[in-house]
Design a protein around this ligand. Structure first.
Ligand code: ADP
Ligand code: MG
Length: 397
């Protein structure tokens, strides 16, 4: 789950990470009031969307205009906010369709001396929470990794010992910090690690981390995303979810506890088990079509979940056919078959439906499908199922 910059900063601040003062605003008037509360001489009005590259981004209806992050005099904050709110911001990360800005963050202006990069994430190669730092702040880290990998400093953290002060100091020296800044940085990154572990974050990225004219170190940007599998431990964080930032089908799936990812193909997939779901998408590709979604209904697939899954799949207008691929282990095939029949009737399914069942009570399951009177296309194995569903799509086209 991703959250907005202002929410990320608020959380980080609770753990002692240095951020500037700021206020979120949903209207130009609120932005004006916020700017008045800040010290000046300038404030920064920042579009809040779940994507980076806002500074260099451009508004759709204003191609020659300014970016999604603007440094202005306090009295111009209202106008800057009005130019952002309700408008679609296109950045390198949003894709060409862009994202509508529903709120802005009005933040104190910062006297920037240096822009650095700092993030904490889980490195899958070493299975360690890892701190990454670079002197190349403000640039996308992927670009730095590609062109100047030597400019990325990494510290892998042993979960038993946590982040050692000496390791944090080593990073500080690597970033060219000196004097008092070293201690300030150690405190900063230690607080950030504290927030990362306490809140089960997946990534926290501060880009840029700045050294101010006064020698302070502050987070000027904050990208925070949480490990979805740990969200149950943080009920209060769920309130930070911004439904407008999510694909409506994915949101629906989250609410129904289904693992669903929207894709842009034409074959809706309903599968149990993430591995089988991946294999199903691969084989659809292999036979010349593409999946409209990834969907794992889980090991506890029952009639109700199957119906929910069908509802979400069919709400996607790109879906030209559906492939159900279920291996009945704990979930028995007859139960699944009943769910499929009930769902097809309930939703009066209008696209071809190919079903491959395997596992416990498979014969009974197949019988239920065959006797349902529905035009379900049965398949015997994965390859057969994929070929049949691709053929059904080609025929419909
Ligand atoms: P994004 O990464 O989405 O472009 P940032 O928050 O990193 O957004 O802002 C882009 C740039 O705007 C920063 O690199 C920094 O130079 C400038 N900026 C952001 N916030 C402030 C601030 N409070 N004061 C001064 N400059 C800022
Ligand atoms: Mg940034």
């Amino acid at each position: 789950m991703n959250i907005h910059e202002y929410q990320g900063k608020e959380l980080l601040k609770r753990y002692g990470v240095a951020v500037l003062d700021g206020y979120v605003a949903k209207t130009p008037e609120e932005a004006e009031a916020a700017a008045k509360k800040l010290p000046g001489p300038v404030v920064v009005v920042k579009s809040q969307i779940h994507a980076g590259g806002r500074g260099a981004g451009r508004f759709k209806d204003d191609p020659n205009g300014k970016g999604g992050v603007r440094v202005v005099k306090p009295e111009a904050a209202k106008e800057a906010a009005a130019a952002m709110l309700g408008h679609t911001l296109v950045t390198k990360q949003t894709g060409p369709e862009g994202k509508v800005v529903n709120q802005v963050y009005v933040e104190a202006g910062c006297d920037i001396k240096r822009e650095l990069y700092l993030s904490i994430l889980l490195d899958r190669e070493t299975s360690r929470i890892t701190v990454m730092a670079s002197t190349e702040g403000g640039m996308e880290i992927e670009e730095v990794a590609e062109n100047h990998p030597e400019k990325i400093l990494k510290v892998a953290i042993d979960p038993a010992s946590g982040l050692y002060p000496w390791a944090a100091r080593k990073l500080a020296f690597g970033l060219g910090l000196e004097g008092k800044q070293v201690g300030t940085f150690v405190k900063f990154v230690t607080a950030m690690y504290e927030a990362y572990t306490a809140l089960d974050m997946a990534i926290v990225e501060i880009n840029p981390l700045v050294v101010t004219g006064a020698g302070e170190i502050v987070a000027l940007d904050a990208k925070v995303s949480f490990d979805d599998n740990a969200l149950f431990r943080h009920k209060d964080l769920e309130a930070l979810r911004d439904d407008t930032e999510m694909d409506p089908k994915e949101l629906d799936a989250v609410k129904n506890d289904l693992n669903y990812v929207a894709l842009d193909g034409e074959i809706g997939c309903m599968v149990n088990g993430a591995g089988l779901a991946m294999a199903t998408m691969d084989i659809i590709k292999l036979y010349g079509s593409s999946p409209a979604n990834f969907l794992d209904v889980g090991g506890t697939a029952n009639a109700a979940r199957v119906t929910e899954a069908f509802r979400i799949i069919t709400s996607d207008s790109n879906v030209k056919a559906i492939l159900v691929n279920i291996f009945g282990g704990i979930a028995k095939c007859d139960m699944i078959a009943e769910g499929i029949v009930a769902a097809s009737k309930n939703l009066s399914l209008s696209v071809p439906l190919v079903v491959r069942l395997e596992g416990t009570n498979v014969e009974l399951g197949k019988k239920i499908l065959a006797e349902s009177g529905l035009a379900i296309i049965p398949a015997d194995n994965l390859a057969d199922a994929a070929q049949k569903v691709v053929a059904a799509v080609k025929k419909a086209a």
